[in-house]
Write a protein that binds this ligand. Structure first.
Ligand SMILES: [Ca+2]
Length: 99
C-alpha cells in the first residue's frame, strides 16, 4: 500500500511539474499532492463529466494536453484521471523508476 502511495505521489509530482521533489516520502504531503492533482483535474473538467477532452486539458493540465493522444489510447476523445495516472505510471516504469 505504501508503495502505491509513493507511485501515486510521484505521478502527481510529475504532473504538477515538481519533479525535484519526486523522492518525497511524507504521506501527508503525498496526500496533499494527490488532492491537488484531483482538484486540477476537476477544475479542468469544465462539463463535469469526469473526463478531460484535449480542449479542457489545454492550458490547465499541460502534461495531459501534450500527451493526450498517448493517454487516450482507445481514441475515445477524452481521458479519465485514472487513465492519466496509469499513463504516467507506465512511463515511469519504462524509464526504470524505482518506487
Ligand atoms: Ca469533461
Amino acid at each position: 500500500m505504501k508503495s502505491q502511495h509513493i507511485v501515486t505521489a510521484t505521478l502527481c509530482l510529475a504532473l504538477l511539474g515538481a519533479t525535484g521533489l519526486a523522492n518525497a516520502d511524507n504521506t501527508s504531503r503525498q496526500e496533499r499532492l494527490i488532492q491537488k492533482l484531483t482538484e486540477r483535474f476537476t477544475t479542468a473538467d469544465v462539463n463535469a463529466d469526469g473526463l478531460l477532452t484535449a480542449a479542457e486539458a489545454e492550458g490547465k493540465m499541460r502534461f495531459v494536453h501534450r500527451h493526450f493522444n498517448e493517454i487516450d489510447s482507445g481514441q475515445q476523445g477524452a481521458v479519465s484521471l485514472d487513465q492519466i495516472k496509469d499513463y504516467v505510471a507506465h512511463k515511469a516504469m519504462a524509464r526504470g523508476a524505482v518506487f
